[in-house]
Design a protein around this ligand. Structure first.
Ligand code: 6GU
Length: 246
Protein backbone atom coordinates (compact mmCIF):
# COMPACT_ATOMS: atom_id res chain seq x y z
CA UNK A 1 0.00 0.00 0.00
CA UNK A 2 1.25 3.45 -0.93
CA UNK A 3 2.07 5.88 1.89
CA UNK A 4 0.22 9.07 0.97
CA UNK A 5 0.85 12.69 1.93
CA UNK A 6 -1.71 15.38 1.16
CA UNK A 7 -0.58 18.99 1.55
CA UNK A 8 -2.75 22.05 2.09
CA UNK A 9 -0.81 25.22 1.33
CA UNK A 10 -0.96 28.62 -0.34
CA UNK A 11 2.17 27.58 -2.26
CA UNK A 12 1.57 24.12 -3.81
CA UNK A 13 4.46 24.76 -6.23
CA UNK A 14 6.82 24.19 -3.28
CA UNK A 15 6.01 20.43 -3.47
CA UNK A 16 7.53 17.94 -4.00
CA UNK A 17 10.50 20.33 -4.33
CA UNK A 18 13.62 18.58 -3.02
CA UNK A 19 11.57 15.45 -2.32
CA UNK A 20 11.33 14.92 -6.07
CA UNK A 21 15.08 14.20 -6.14
CA UNK A 22 17.47 11.55 -4.80
CA UNK A 23 16.17 8.76 -2.55
CA UNK A 24 12.73 10.29 -1.94
CA UNK A 25 12.30 11.19 -5.62
CA UNK A 26 13.05 7.65 -6.75
CA UNK A 27 10.59 6.27 -4.18
CA UNK A 28 7.95 8.79 -5.33
CA UNK A 29 8.42 7.80 -8.99
CA UNK A 30 8.30 4.12 -7.99
CA UNK A 31 5.02 4.45 -6.07
CA UNK A 32 6.36 3.76 -2.56
CA UNK A 33 4.78 7.05 -1.54
CA UNK A 34 2.47 9.56 -3.20
CA UNK A 35 1.99 13.29 -2.82
CA UNK A 36 -0.88 15.62 -3.64
CA UNK A 37 -0.52 19.34 -2.95
CA UNK A 38 -3.59 21.57 -2.87
CA UNK A 39 -3.92 25.34 -3.00
CA UNK A 40 -6.00 26.46 -0.01
CA UNK A 41 -7.04 29.49 -2.06
CA UNK A 42 -8.92 27.26 -4.49
CA UNK A 43 -11.37 26.46 -1.63
CA UNK A 44 -12.26 30.11 -0.99
CA UNK A 45 -15.80 31.05 -2.00
CA UNK A 46 -15.77 34.81 -2.48
CA UNK A 47 -14.87 36.77 -5.60
CA UNK A 48 -11.46 37.73 -4.23
CA UNK A 49 -10.68 34.18 -3.06
CA UNK A 50 -10.04 35.45 0.47
CA UNK A 51 -8.36 32.99 2.86
CA UNK A 52 -7.54 35.27 5.79
CA UNK A 53 -8.87 38.14 7.87
CA UNK A 54 -7.82 40.49 10.67
CA UNK A 55 -7.34 38.96 14.15
CA UNK A 56 -10.25 39.17 16.59
CA UNK A 57 -9.15 41.35 19.46
CA UNK A 58 -6.83 43.32 17.24
CA UNK A 59 -3.09 43.13 16.65
CA UNK A 60 -0.68 42.67 13.79
CA UNK A 61 -0.93 40.22 10.92
CA UNK A 62 -3.71 38.11 9.50
CA UNK A 63 -5.41 34.88 10.58
CA UNK A 64 -6.54 32.12 8.23
CA UNK A 65 -10.31 31.65 8.19
CA UNK A 66 -11.79 28.47 9.73
CA UNK A 67 -14.52 28.05 7.10
CA UNK A 68 -12.13 28.07 4.14
CA UNK A 69 -9.69 25.73 5.92
CA UNK A 70 -12.46 23.31 6.90
CA UNK A 71 -13.71 23.12 3.32
CA UNK A 72 -10.15 22.55 2.12
CA UNK A 73 -9.60 19.74 4.66
CA UNK A 74 -12.90 18.12 3.69
CA UNK A 75 -11.83 18.35 0.06
CA UNK A 76 -8.65 16.33 0.52
CA UNK A 77 -9.70 14.07 3.42
CA UNK A 78 -12.75 12.01 2.55
CA UNK A 79 -14.95 10.60 5.34
CA UNK A 80 -13.12 7.62 6.85
CA UNK A 81 -9.64 8.84 5.93
CA UNK A 82 -7.60 7.56 8.89
CA UNK A 83 -4.47 9.65 8.26
CA UNK A 84 -3.47 12.09 11.01
CA UNK A 85 -4.13 15.75 10.24
CA UNK A 86 -1.01 17.70 11.18
CA UNK A 87 -0.85 21.48 11.47
CA UNK A 88 2.74 22.70 11.18
CA UNK A 89 3.30 25.52 13.63
CA UNK A 90 6.14 26.72 15.89
CA UNK A 91 3.76 26.27 18.83
CA UNK A 92 3.35 22.55 18.13
CA UNK A 93 4.86 19.52 19.82
CA UNK A 94 8.51 19.06 18.80
CA UNK A 95 9.01 16.56 16.00
CA UNK A 96 11.34 13.73 17.03
CA UNK A 97 12.43 10.40 15.60
CA UNK A 98 9.80 8.43 17.55
CA UNK A 99 7.02 10.60 16.08
CA UNK A 100 8.61 10.12 12.65
CA UNK A 101 8.74 6.33 13.11
CA UNK A 102 5.09 6.11 14.11
CA UNK A 103 4.00 8.33 11.19
CA UNK A 104 6.04 6.24 8.75
CA UNK A 105 4.31 3.09 10.03
CA UNK A 106 0.86 4.53 9.31
CA UNK A 107 -1.02 5.17 6.04
CA UNK A 108 0.48 8.66 5.52
CA UNK A 109 -0.57 12.13 6.68
CA UNK A 110 -2.38 15.32 5.80
CA UNK A 111 -0.22 18.40 6.35
CA UNK A 112 -1.67 21.87 6.81
CA UNK A 113 0.87 24.62 6.19
CA UNK A 114 0.00 27.93 7.77
CA UNK A 115 1.11 31.37 6.70
CA UNK A 116 0.34 34.74 8.27
CA UNK A 117 0.09 34.84 12.06
CA UNK A 118 -1.72 31.53 12.28
CA UNK A 119 -5.08 29.87 11.78
CA UNK A 120 -8.37 30.23 13.64
CA UNK A 121 -8.27 28.07 16.80
CA UNK A 122 -11.78 26.69 16.19
CA UNK A 123 -10.77 24.67 13.12
CA UNK A 124 -7.78 23.25 15.03
CA UNK A 125 -10.21 22.04 17.71
CA UNK A 126 -13.04 20.94 15.41
CA UNK A 127 -10.71 18.87 13.19
CA UNK A 128 -8.70 17.55 16.13
CA UNK A 129 -5.40 18.60 14.53
CA UNK A 130 -2.03 17.48 15.82
CA UNK A 131 0.16 20.58 16.07
CA UNK A 132 3.81 19.88 15.24
CA UNK A 133 6.93 22.08 15.25
CA UNK A 134 10.32 21.12 13.82
CA UNK A 135 12.40 23.18 16.24
CA UNK A 136 12.74 26.27 18.37
CA UNK A 137 13.10 28.89 15.65
CA UNK A 138 10.56 30.62 13.44
CA UNK A 139 10.10 29.85 9.74
CA UNK A 140 8.11 32.06 7.37
CA UNK A 141 5.60 29.28 6.82
CA UNK A 142 4.90 25.61 7.46
CA UNK A 143 5.94 24.45 3.97
CA UNK A 144 9.64 23.94 4.68
CA UNK A 145 8.71 22.23 7.96
CA UNK A 146 6.38 19.91 6.01
CA UNK A 147 9.26 19.02 3.66
CA UNK A 148 11.44 18.20 6.68
CA UNK A 149 8.77 16.01 8.27
CA UNK A 150 8.12 14.16 5.00
CA UNK A 151 11.82 13.60 4.30
CA UNK A 152 12.24 12.05 7.75
CA UNK A 153 9.25 9.72 7.21
CA UNK A 154 9.92 8.72 3.60
CA UNK A 155 13.45 7.47 4.21
CA UNK A 156 11.98 4.98 6.72
CA UNK A 157 9.43 3.50 4.29
CA UNK A 158 10.20 -0.12 3.33
CA UNK A 159 12.63 -0.27 0.40
CA UNK A 160 13.60 3.42 0.34
CA UNK A 161 16.99 3.15 2.06
CA UNK A 162 19.73 1.05 0.51
CA UNK A 163 21.38 -0.93 3.33
CA UNK A 164 18.87 -2.69 5.57
CA UNK A 165 20.54 -1.57 8.79
CA UNK A 166 21.60 1.97 7.90
CA UNK A 167 18.50 3.45 9.57
CA UNK A 168 19.03 1.46 12.78
CA UNK A 169 22.64 2.46 13.48
CA UNK A 170 22.48 6.19 12.84
CA UNK A 171 22.08 9.21 15.13
CA UNK A 172 18.76 9.24 16.99
CA UNK A 173 18.46 5.49 16.40
CA UNK A 174 16.95 3.13 18.93
CA UNK A 175 19.83 3.72 21.37
CA UNK A 176 19.20 7.46 21.42
CA UNK A 177 22.88 8.32 20.87
CA UNK A 178 24.53 10.61 18.31
CA UNK A 179 26.72 8.97 15.71
CA UNK A 180 30.44 8.29 16.09
CA UNK A 181 32.85 10.03 13.65
CA UNK A 182 33.44 8.57 10.20
CA UNK A 183 36.68 8.33 8.16
CA UNK A 184 37.68 7.10 4.72
CA UNK A 185 40.75 7.23 2.45
CA UNK A 186 43.27 8.78 2.19
CA UNK A 187 44.80 7.40 5.40
CA UNK A 188 46.62 10.72 5.83
CA UNK A 189 45.11 14.02 4.65
CA UNK A 190 46.68 17.44 5.30
CA UNK A 191 48.71 15.88 8.09
CA UNK A 192 45.63 14.37 9.75
CA UNK A 193 45.43 10.61 10.27
CA UNK A 194 42.66 8.09 10.89
CA UNK A 195 42.41 6.66 14.45
CA UNK A 196 44.61 3.51 14.55
CA UNK A 197 41.86 1.30 15.92
CA UNK A 198 39.81 1.76 12.72
CA UNK A 199 42.70 0.34 10.67
CA UNK A 200 43.41 -2.50 13.10
CA UNK A 201 40.88 -4.99 11.75
CA UNK A 202 39.75 -5.81 15.31
CA UNK A 203 35.99 -5.63 14.89
CA UNK A 204 35.15 -5.90 18.59
CA UNK A 205 37.59 -3.13 19.45
CA UNK A 206 36.25 -0.96 16.63
CA UNK A 207 32.70 -1.46 17.91
CA UNK A 208 33.83 -0.57 21.45
CA UNK A 209 35.64 2.58 20.21
CA UNK A 210 32.62 3.71 18.20
CA UNK A 211 30.31 3.15 21.13
CA UNK A 212 32.57 5.19 23.43
CA UNK A 213 32.80 8.02 20.84
CA UNK A 214 28.99 8.02 20.48
CA UNK A 215 28.57 8.29 24.22
CA UNK A 216 31.20 11.04 24.54
CA UNK A 217 29.75 13.23 21.79
CA UNK A 218 26.20 12.74 23.07
CA UNK A 219 27.27 13.72 26.61
CA UNK A 220 29.10 16.82 25.33
CA UNK A 221 26.62 18.09 22.76
CA UNK A 222 23.27 16.83 23.91
CA UNK A 223 23.02 16.43 27.68
CA UNK A 224 19.24 16.10 27.17
CA UNK A 225 19.64 13.01 24.95
CA UNK A 226 22.34 11.63 27.23
CA UNK A 227 20.11 11.87 30.30
CA UNK A 228 17.36 9.97 28.50
CA UNK A 229 19.75 7.35 27.16
CA UNK A 230 21.33 6.91 30.57
CA UNK A 231 17.95 6.53 32.27
CA UNK A 232 17.01 3.93 29.62
CA UNK A 233 20.09 1.94 30.69
CA UNK A 234 19.47 2.10 34.41
CA UNK A 235 21.05 5.52 35.09
CA UNK A 236 24.30 6.39 36.91
CA UNK A 237 26.35 6.48 33.68
CA UNK A 238 27.66 3.78 31.36
CA UNK A 239 31.30 4.34 32.36
CA UNK A 240 30.45 3.77 36.02
CA UNK A 241 28.92 0.41 35.13
CA UNK A 242 31.79 -0.52 32.80
CA UNK A 243 34.92 0.73 34.61
CA UNK A 244 37.15 -1.14 32.14
CA UNK A 245 35.98 1.10 29.29
CA UNK A 246 36.75 4.32 31.17
CL1 6GU B 1 6.14 23.80 11.83
N1 6GU B 1 6.28 26.36 11.23
C1 6GU B 1 6.86 27.57 11.28
N2 6GU B 1 6.29 28.59 10.63
N3 6GU B 1 7.96 27.81 11.96
C2 6GU B 1 8.51 26.77 12.60
C3 6GU B 1 7.97 25.48 12.57
C4 6GU B 1 6.83 25.32 11.87
N4 6GU B 1 8.74 24.68 13.32
C5 6GU B 1 9.72 25.43 13.76
N5 6GU B 1 9.59 26.69 13.34
Amino acid sequence: MTWRASILTLFPEMFPGPLGLSLAGRALAGGTWALDAHDIRSFATDRHRTVDDTPAGGGAGMVMRPDVLDTAIGGVMPEGDTRPLIYLTPRGRLLDQSMVRSLAEGPGCVLLCGRYEGIDQRVIDARDMVEVSIGDYVLSGGETAALVLLDACIRLLPGVMGAADSAAEESHGAEGLLEYPHYTRPAEWQGRTIPDVLLSGHHAEIARWRRAESEKITRERRPDLWARHDAMHGGAGAIARHPAAA
